[in-house]
Structure formats: C-alpha cells, structure tokens
Design a protein around this ligand. Structure first.
Ligand SMILES: Nc1nc2c(ncn2[C@@H]2O[C@H](COP(=O)(O)OP(=O)(O)OP(=O)(O)O)[C@@H](O)[C@H]2O)c(=O)[nH]1
Ligand SMILES: [Mg+2]
Length: 343
C-alpha cells in the first residue's frame, strides 16, 4: 500500500485508524512500564546481593561442605547446621527455632535428601521473617520520624539516605539536629541536608535536644513539610541517662504535634552481632520502637543477625544499610533478603 492509498484509507476509516493509534500507544506504554519495573527490581536485587556478599559467601561455603557429604539429613547434619547458623549470628534462640521447623518439615515430607537442605532452610527463614511483616505506612501530613541508637551505628548517615529517598519521591524534608552532644554532629547533618536538598533546623552545640526537636516539629507543621526527621545522640555525659533523655524528646515531640513521633526507628550496626540484639531489646523496652534499620550489613559475614533480631524483638525491619553510598539504603523485603543470602 503506497502513502496516498494509506491516507485515503485513514480518511475513510477515522474510527478504526484512531483505535489502531491508541492501541499502539497503550502497547508502548505497557512495554515502558514493564521495562522500568524490571530495571528497578534488578537494581534493588543487585545492591542487596552485593551488600550481603560476605554472609552469602560464608553460608555458601559452609552449606556446600555439608551438601557435598551427600548423606541424608540426619542428626549429624542438624548439628553442623546449628554451627553454621550460630556462626552467621542468627542467635541461639532463633537457631533452635529454625532447627525445630526444619525437623518438622523433613519429618512431615519424609524427604531427607541433603540436596533439599537449602530449599528447606529458605522456607524456615521465610516463616520467621514473615511472622513480622513490614506493612507499608501511610505517611501523616507532617510525618515525624525519631531516629535513635547508640553512638557510631550510622544514625546520621542513615538519616541522609532516608532523606534522599523521600526527596526522590518529591517530598519536602526537614532534618532536626537534636544530637547536640557530639561536636561536629550538627555540621555532619547539614552536609547531608545540602547534598540531598533537605532543610535543617539546628541550635548551637550543647543545646537542649528536646528543645531542638520541639522547634523542628513546630516549624515542620507551620511550613508544611512532608517529613521531619529527628537525629539524636547515641551517647551523653555519663551523668545523663540516654533513655531518659530520649523519652523526654519523645514527650516533647508529642506536645509539639499530638500523636508524633509517628515512627521511632532504631538504627543498629549489624557488625556488632549479639550486642545489636541487646540494644534492640533495651531501646524497644524504653521507647516502644516502630521499626529497626540494620546498617553495615556489607561489612559482615554475620548477616544472620537480621533473622535473630526480627524473631526476638518482633519489630519490623524497615530498611537495611548495605554500604556508604547514598543509594545503599534499601527497603527490607523478606523474600529478596533470603534469596540474596542463599541463592
Ligand atoms: N559500610 C557501611 N558503613 C556505614 C553504613 N551506614 C553507616 N556507615 C558508616 O558508619 C560510620 C558512622 O556513621 P554515623 O552516621 O556518623 O553514625 P551515628 O550513629 O550518627 O554516630 P554518632 O552521631 O556518633 O552517634 C560512618 O563512617 C558511616 O559512613 C553502611 O550501611 N555500611
Ligand atoms: Mg550521628
């Protein structure tokens, strides 16, 4: 068909040609959406896989040794597996639970082939992780997050990364420098703030942290910010009790905006192993955490701590830190985590 005939045909059949154009447009749109979704999924997976490389490699070696023995799953295998899980810092209690689940599954299926071990383990870990799902939160108009944790775990860095995620979502973000104890903490937060296009509210070093938090929340509401993120100190003068101070900050935030903070998130350093678990327990008892962020998973072969913390504390893990770059904070998805660990 030459161009002229096509023109005549289109003129005579406007409805059909319109529908064909619309169909082509929808098809292209669908292809673009699917491509972008795949790309996003791949990006998330690869950072997760890279960040968990040390734990993954360690598990691969240890489980590989076990599988090469080519025997049935028996008491000896359970014993070896216990060592492997404890070595990955899953923790005593959760390791016992995993072994119990495993025994139950092997008995109920009657299938003891050692080559099924990884698949079984995947199921049991997912059972534990899915017992405390991370529900997606609907943010409040001015959503206030209070970030807590002992010194050096990565609070301020994580706040910078979180702010970046929100900014990428076109949200306005105010960072409150309520760590007034450590010299340089305010400047560190300001650097992050500038880098990601957020705003900062700070007073001078040594100011009352609760007063900074109060002012920030009031300013956040008055200026219609979508997010207010409060950075806090991880250590105070020995005379002052950290938990009491943080409770005071929380009370004062509630006075500035009733119902806030909407999230109290604990940051823990995964390289600290069982110590991270103790911290999570202590902070949860004192403050009632709504979420946990585990940082520095890239720096440890003991990423099993994620499973132990979620199982023992029962507070959802919101994000994991997988490196020092801005894009190295990833939302936590159980299946993706287990796949990065075992595949
Ligand atoms: N490898 C790696 N390093 C991280 C990660 N998160 C934070 N860090 C590093 O941890 C160090 C401490 O981070 P900060 O954000 O200053 O920790 P903080 O909890 O605010 O420390 P204080 O303010 O002293 O209580 C920095 O060198 C960060 O770059 C991570 O996920 N992976
Ligand atoms: Mg800090």
């Amino acid at each position: 068909m030459d161009l002229q005939t096509l023109e005549t045909w289109i003129r005579l059949n406007p409805l059909i040609s319109g529908l064909i154009v619309l169909g082509c447009f929808l098809l292209i749109l669908l292809v673009v959406i699917l491509y972008r979704r795949r790309k996003l999924k791949r990006q998330i997976s690869s950072t997760m896989t890279m960040g968990l490389e040390k734990t993954h490699d360690q598990l691969k070696i240890r489980l590989g040794e076990l599988i090469r023995l080519n025997r049935d799953i028996d008491e000896g295998v359970y014993g070896h597996l216990e060592e492997v899980l404890l070595g990955a810092d899953v923790g005593v209690k959760t390791t016992q639970k995993l072994l119990r689940y495993l025994r139950e599954e092997v008995t109920s299926t009657g299938r003891k082939d050692i080559h099924l071990l990884k698949g079984y383990l995947r199921n049991e870990i997912l059972k534990i992780l899915n017992a405390h799902p991370t529900e997606s939160l609907i943010p409040k108009k001015t959503h206030v997050l209070m970030i807590v944790g002992v010194n050096g775990v990565g609070k301020t860095t994580t706040i910078g990364k979180l702010a970046s995620l929100y900014r990428n979502n076109d949200e306005t973000v105010l960072l409150a420098a309520a760590d007034t104890f450590r010299a340089g903490a305010v400047d560190q937060l300001k650097v992050w703030s500038t880098r990601v296009g957020a705003h900062t509210l700070a007073q001078k070093d040594g100011a009352d942290p609760a007063a900074v938090a109060y002012d920030a929340v009031k300013a956040g509401v008055a200026r219609d910010f979508n997010r207010v993120i409060i950075d806090t100190a991880g250590r105070l003068h020995t005379k002052i009790n950290l938990m009491e101070e943080l409770k005071k900050v929380r009370r004062v935030i509630d006075k500035a905006l009733p119902g806030a903070p909407h999230e109290i998130i604990l940051v823990v350093d995964a390289t600290q192993g069982q110590n991270a678990l103790h911290q999570a327990r202590e902070f949860h008892q004192a403050l009632g955490l709504t979420g946990i962020i585990l940082t520095k998973l890239d720096g440890t072969a003991k990423g099993g701590i994620v499973v132990g913390i979620l199982d023992e504390i029962g507070v959802p893990i919101r994000y994991v830190g997988l490196g020092e770059r801005l894009e190295d904070l990833k939302p936590f998805f159980a299946t993706e985590f287990v796949d990065a660990l075992l595949n």
